[in-house]
Design a binder for this molecule. Structure first.
Ligand SMILES: [Zn+2]
Length: 398
């Protein structure tokens, strides 16, 4: 082992059923203040989860301002609006409650609220972020993005192009991982977000920047998902299994925070741009298309992944085991019920060139380059054709 690396966890993690009840004390400890802006979306407001947090805050006499205008695939404009609310309320603490979208808006808005510029000024590292003046606490309501422990956010510009922002100061100060908030998640979102977490774990430990710490976090996440994904699909209110998926998503988030993602995220973000495909579904479709191709250049790590997914390894060579992992991944995508055909979204082989162009664009380049195997334009064409020709009836064979 002669590789140089650092492993820097940036976010304190608090786990437990009903751990959210202590959030008032958390706000005071972290920000030394008694004001907070809660950033969430309309769905979370309507299903009563936001009220749980507001009541817990009010019990500790924290003044709360709620901003709930977060859409799925958030825009730069929505981040700017949230930042204005934080500035006007003069809050020193922001709470992000929701899936990746709400947490990304909360993370980016809390950081840029310390300056005067809008989100696009900082996109793709065009300019340095201002000094951090507002602390942030995240409560995920999905077990997927890992945004509660990462320094990255993803949002769209005015042309619906997906861009990202990164700064280590953007990593939240505290992540409250509480299965209370994921137990009512509908099936589609449970399936799509869990597969996103699984793809994170696989891509981080197979990627170019992997190291033994990343591998430890990733493999533990993969095992937890392997053991609990079907359980949760069958029994959605199994709080223990939900808790394990929530932990898996956070572990996988810590793995990508250090190791980044790979080609499935390059392809997945491109699908988000050209077809508005849900991120979790997009990366699941993408990894399913490239998994065996990836195995060719990184057999040993894919054999470990297969073991953690629960593949029976008896009598198999490492290569056979690694490829059996690809089959198991395919099976998980199939039982998730997520459609692999993109016909309903209006995508077809006519979109191949536009798809490849988006994969090769600067915002998707880091993920392509971090993958365990370098995809050339020719490889990308093959993936694009395979993904866009997945037929509705036989989509599970794609
Ligand atoms: Zn992802």
């Amino acid at each position: 082992m002669n590789q140089l690396f650092e492993f820097i966890p940036r976010t304190k993690i608090a786990y437990g059923v009903e751990r959210y009840l202590q959030i008032g004390k958390d706000v005071k400890t972290i920000s030394q203040d008694t004001k907070a802006v809660l950033i969430t979306d309309k769905g979370i407001l309507d299903n009563g989860l936001a009220d749980l947090v507001v009541s817990a805050l009010e019990r500790e006499k924290i003044a709360v301002k709620v901003f709930s205008d977060v859409q799925s695939d958030p825009t730069a404009a929505s981040i700017d609006e949230a930042a204005n609310v934080i500035r006007q309320f003069e809050a020193k603490c922001v709470i992000g409650l929701g899936g990746g979208s709400a947490m990304d808006v909360a993370k980016m808005a809390s950081l840029i609220a310390g300056g005067e510029k809008g989100a696009m000024h900082y996109a793709l590292m065009a300019n340095p972020f201002p000094k951090k003046q507002v602390k942030s606490i995240m409560i995920p309501t999905t077990s997927g993005t890992g945004a509660e422990v990462t320094s990255t956010v993803v949002f769209s510009d005015e042309h619906k192009r997906k861009v990202w922002g990164w700064d280590e100061k953007m990593a939240p100060d505290l992540a409250i991982v509480d299965p209370t908030f994921t137990v009512a998640l509908p099936r589609f979102l449970t399936a799509a977000t869990t597969l996103d977490a699984l793809v994170h774990a696989i891509e981080a430990c197979a990627g170019k920047r992997s190291n033994p710490f990343i591998e430890a976090f990733s493999l533990q996440a993969i095992q937890l998902i392997g053991e609990n994904f079907e359980k949760v699909l069958q029994t959605p209110d199994d709080l223990e299994a939900r808790g394990k998926l929530a932990l898996a998503a956070t572990l996988a988030g810590m793995a990508i925070e250090q190791g980044g993602t790979g080609i499935a995220h390059c392809i997945g973000h491109a699908l988000g741009t050209i077809g508005r495909i849900h991120h979790g579904r997009a990366v699941a479709i993408a990894l399913n298309a490239v998994y065996s191709w990836n195995v060719e250049s990184a057999v040993d790590i894919h054999a470990k992944i297969a073991r953690c997914l629960g593949v029976d390894c008896q009598g198999l060579s490492n290569k056979e085991l690694a490829l059996a992992g690809a089959k198991e991944f395919s099976r998980l995508v199939e039982i998730s019920g997520l459609k692999q055909s993109l016909e309903d979204e209006g995508l077809s082989l006519c979109d191949v060139d536009r798809f490849i162009e988006t994969m090769l664009s600067p915002e998707n380049e880091p993920m392509r380059l971090n993958n365990c195997r370098l995809a050339t334009e020719k490889d990308l064409r093959q993936f694009a054709e395979q993904i866009l020709s997945a037929n509705k009836e036989v989509s599970h064979q794609a």
